[in-house]
Design a protein around this ligand. Sequence first.
Ligand code: SAM
Length: 315
Amino acid sequence: MSFLRYKTLIEEGDLVIAYLSRENMTPLIVDSQKTYNNKFGTFKHKDMIGKEYGTKMPSHNGRGFMYLLHSTPELWTHVVPHRTQILYVADISYIITYLDLKPGSVVLESGTGSGSFSHSLARTIAPNGHLYTFEFHEERAKAVKKDFEEHGLSDLITVECRDVCKDGFGITGIVHAVFLDLPAPWEAIPAAKGAFKQNRIGKICCFSPCIEQVQRTCASLNENGFVEIKMYECLMREHDVKTIPIYTVADAINKIKIQQDKKRKRKDQNEQDDANSSKFKQDPPNLYVTKTPNEAKGHTSYLTFATFLPVLDDE
Ligand code: SAM
């Protein structure tokens, strides 16, 4: 099976995302000998074979159900085994857009980590682009390479085990964009510069959790001739949607009068509040409004973008 071509029917050996709820999903490799147990019951893999992706499958013992989903890069980011910290969809979509990536783009990435970002990158640049991704941790490089093979992405992605800060990328003059998720991206920036196609504009993004890292990255980008250096932060903000009644001006005046009336009456120790509510029109129309909390949660990292300018011939 492949992340790039959706298939209709589930077969032995396929990857299925078992969806129980938005927060509860598990990747399963279909193996007719196996059974998947969860709080909603017992699900035999062999019952999945031949079913359409998207099917709602009841458990064998009738306790509940789950959906059998086809994998996508977004779902993979949700279920990927965390061998490192990973990028999530808010940052992923922002970076891919700001790096101007599209089918055919050639991209350089380091470190590969758990491959969360690489899956979305691969889908964007398919079918004829290429991702060169570098990871210096041998076990992680091996694990992610296996994931790419199993997910039908190995023609699009080359994984290399290499310390890019010490040894560079071994790539010159071929990439449109560079993405660095490293503890010290500034050490890899001079080598990244040489990897760009030298006759056209390119884009770089560095992903760093601390502002001190951003400062060092900006200084290095500047020293290496990058321009348009900008930093962004993606924050998740909740919108609390409510309905409120819409009062007419006459209703509002009436309400103020009632409040003043109540105050006066309270002062006089003479409480007769209840009757006043009948002065409102019945069931005023409703309006949808959203409230957002003051502090937006969800800082993962700062995104520093810059532009590589083409090298001009002297003649
Ligand atoms: N962006 C990845 C994802 O979405 O799954 C996560 C990357 S993880 C935070 C950073 C990775 O960079 C780690 O796996 C680490 O081993 C790797 N790394 C750190 N320094 C490196 C270097 N000098 N060369 C290559 N990889 C490096």
